[in-house]
Design a protein around this ligand. Structure first.
Ligand code: GCU
Length: 642
């Protein structure tokens, strides 16, 4: 498409398929999509779609059961993909594309591939109307919305279709098209503006992506003119049932609703003395006849806290609110839980809610948009963090097996490179691939993304720039899991005390003697006891708590010695100097790739590196100065701290 980056699907990636003879068997809309893809590749590289007979590649649909699974095998010089559902054939096709030359060499046994998680969704925090404070995309760092322009759905949906193609090629199968904070204009998407959602859904459907909508819990009042939105009121239930029927009339494969209720000013069931299970189940009942699902977010906490009150702990909130409701949610209600207990910080423990509600379906929510991880001006590849979360075993079973769905807040906008920072595309890709196979090695996914996007020449350099970038970012920002320390409001750049005396519940409690939040059961907020064993015990004591989470769980003196052998204060100084040095080194590596990467992409990343370095130095100097001034402890290595 003119002027838009191909991301990880440049033409060259289709060379292998495009030079072969391909036999496609079966019929249906997604088979048509596959056929179009093969035709396009062949038109470019001279191969052919053959109606029968001799072929190098067979893509065969054997039924139509909606399955996303496929089998892959290579035997007697022929590669064969079979699937019993159109979506499976599409995933199988992209599997062949990703393999490149390897798909047409040697032989490999017939193997079946299926996704671990049935739902792999991106939530767009896009507003239809530009919001006066949050702009068009809340926490968006890649320009305006892909879906909405000039106050309505885009007329030309070519770009949306290209997006669906990118998503399908890495395994994503669902998208929520509007912000979880549902403002006035956006509330209407549910009713009189559903045709616009249907148009977007039509474009995404071409690549097997189902559309979901964020809705306002107060819709019966705001849109329906009812006096109440009480989930147990018969009139309210009838209203939702009717409206949902109309949604399905417009979008027969509609995925369902996403709801942020009783959270940061959004309306919810508390206003009527009802529980969140009551609220979710009412919507689940409306969706049930059509096979839809409600994603009910667990991000419920008191954002009007008194900072003087050290007993209230925001980290506890989701668990305290929801665990008592376990077993009460309908089977098509999914509780959507942020991976950490706070809010997408660069380092948090895994939310104790995950694993604590065995009778409730669970979606784990990650944040691809880099709200707290450099806002797509800093390189920060989140694969290792997400992989740690998915592999964490709250109670023996890994998070990936406890979850029914994996969701990420999207990092995409109408930017030419999709994600603002071209290297942030890797987060989108990694999310999709990890959602498909959560135990995959994130570094292999990174290598795959690099190979597809850049080809072989700059691969080693790009990897060097990216593989450690999350830990580098962690080093120069808030230390040892303490979090926040960001500029209030927009959340970019350092402000150590920015949230310290605020109502948001995000404190570090630094004084002249020490820093950190005591969340132990013995002397603190009791948060550590929300975990099952062994974690409740591991986190309870500063002796056993992992270094990287120490200040999340404990308030310790600056002289406290970490497992690494360093004191907390020296760790702060060292990591902040190192973090900036690592970012400087990454920038040098990037500069050296100038002849190996296309000029525009290279220039865009180079420009972002300038800002990353400026910002990283600011972080280093503010954090180091702050803690030097508080503690009076000099740097053991005598470096300059302003
Ligand atoms: C964060 C973010 C908000 C967002 C909220 C949410 O607090 O800053 O912009 O609305 O998360 O996840 O609902």
């Amino acid at each position: 498409m003119q002027g838009v980056d191909d991301a990880w699907l440049p033409d060259g990636v289709f060379r292998q398929v495009g030079t072969r003879r391909t036999l496609i068997r079966g019929a249906g809309p997604l088979v048509d999509t596959v056929r179009r893809e093969v035709d396009r590749a062949c038109a470019r590289f001279g191969g052919r779609v053959v109606p029968h007979g001799d072929s190098d590649l067979v893509l065969e649909l054997t039924g139509e059961d909606g399955s996303e699974a496929f089998t892959y095998e290579r035997r007697d010089g022929r590669t064969t993909v079979t699937a019993s559902g159109g979506a499976g054939l599409l995933h199988g096709f992209f599997h062949v594309v990703r393999l490149g030359a390897a798909a047409f060499e040697g032989s490999s046994e017939r193997r079946s591939h299926r996704s671990e998680l049935a739902l792999r969704m991106l939530d767009h925090w896009d507003n239809v109307a530009v919001h006066p404070v949050m702009g068009q995309v809340e926490r968006g760092y890649a320009g305006g919305s892909l879906f909405w322009e000039d106050g309505r759905a885009r007329g030309d949906l070519e770009r949306v279709m290209a997006y669906g193609r990118l998503l399908a090629s890495c395994g994503i199968n669902a998208v929520a098209v509007n912000n979880v904070n549902v403002h006035e204009t956006e509330a209407r998407l549910l009713t009189d503006r559903i045709a616009e959602v249907a148009a977007i859904a039509g474009a995404l459907r071409e690549y097997g992506i189902r559309t979901h909508l964020s809705v306002s819990f107060a819709a019966p009042v705001v849109l329906g003119g009812l006096a109440t939105a009480d989930p147990l009121d018969e009139g309210v239930r009838a209203w939702w049932a009717e409206v949902t029927g109309r949604v399905y009339a417009a979008i027969p494969d509609f995925g369902g609703y996403v709801v942020k209720a009783d959270s940061e000013e959004q309306p919810g069931p508390f206003a009527y003395g009802r529980t969140h299970a009551d609220g979710a189940n009412m919507l689940a009942a409306a969706l049930e006849p059509y096979g839809g699902t409600v994603h009910w977010r667990a991000f419920v906490y008191d954002h009007r806290q008194d900072w003087r009150d050290r007993t209230t702990d925001r980290a506890r909130a989701a668990y305290d609110h929801f665990v008592p409701l376990d077993g009460q949610f309908a089977s098509n209600a999914v509780l959507q839980v942020k991976h950490g207990p706070m809010d997408f910080q660069v380092r948090e423990p895994v939310s104790p809610l995950i694993g604590a509600m065995p009778g409730t379906r669970l979606a784990v929510e990650l944040q691809a948009t880099q709200e707290y991880t450099g806002q797509q001006r800093h390189v920060c590849w989140l694969g290792p963090m997400w992989s740690e979360v998915l592999r964490f075993r709250p109670d023996g079973t890994p998070v990936a097996e406890l979850a029914n769905a994996l969701v990420a807040v999207s990092n995409v906008g109408d930017d030419r490179f999709w994600t603002g920072h071209p290297l942030a595309q890797a987060n989108l890709y990694t999310f999709g691939r990890l959602a498909w196979q959560p135990d995959a090695d994130p570094l292999e996914i990174l290598d795959e993304w690099i190979r597809l996007t850049f080809g072989p020449e700059p691969a080693a350099g790009v990897r060097a720039v990216m593989e450690g970038s999350w830990r580098t970012y962690e080093k120069y920002t808030a230390p040892l899991g303490v979090g926040f320390m960001v500029q209030p409001g927009h959340h970019y750049g350092p402000s150590v005390d920015g949230y310290e005396y605020s109502p948001w519940g995000t404190y570090h409690f630094a004084d002249r003697d020490g820093v950190g939040v005591d969340r132990s059961a013995a002397t603190g907020t009791g948060y550590a006891a929300q975990y099952a064993k062994p974690w409740a015990e591991v986190y309870e004591s500063p002796e056993t708590c992992p270094d990287e989470l120490l200040l999340f769980f404990h308030h310790v003196p600056y002289g406290h010695v970490l497992h690494s052998g360093k004191t907390v204060i020296q760790h702060i100084y060292d990591t902040h100097f190192e973090g900036v040095e690592e970012a400087e080194a990454a920038r040098r590596v990037w500069a050296s790739l100038v002849d190996l990467v296309d000029a525009e992409r290279h220039a865009r990343v180079a420009e972002r590196f300038e800002e990353q370095l400026r910002s990283a130095r600011e972080w280093r100097d503010q954090i180091n100065s702050y803690f030097f001034r508080k503690s009076g402890v000099p740097d053991a290595r005598g470096r300059r701290i302003p």
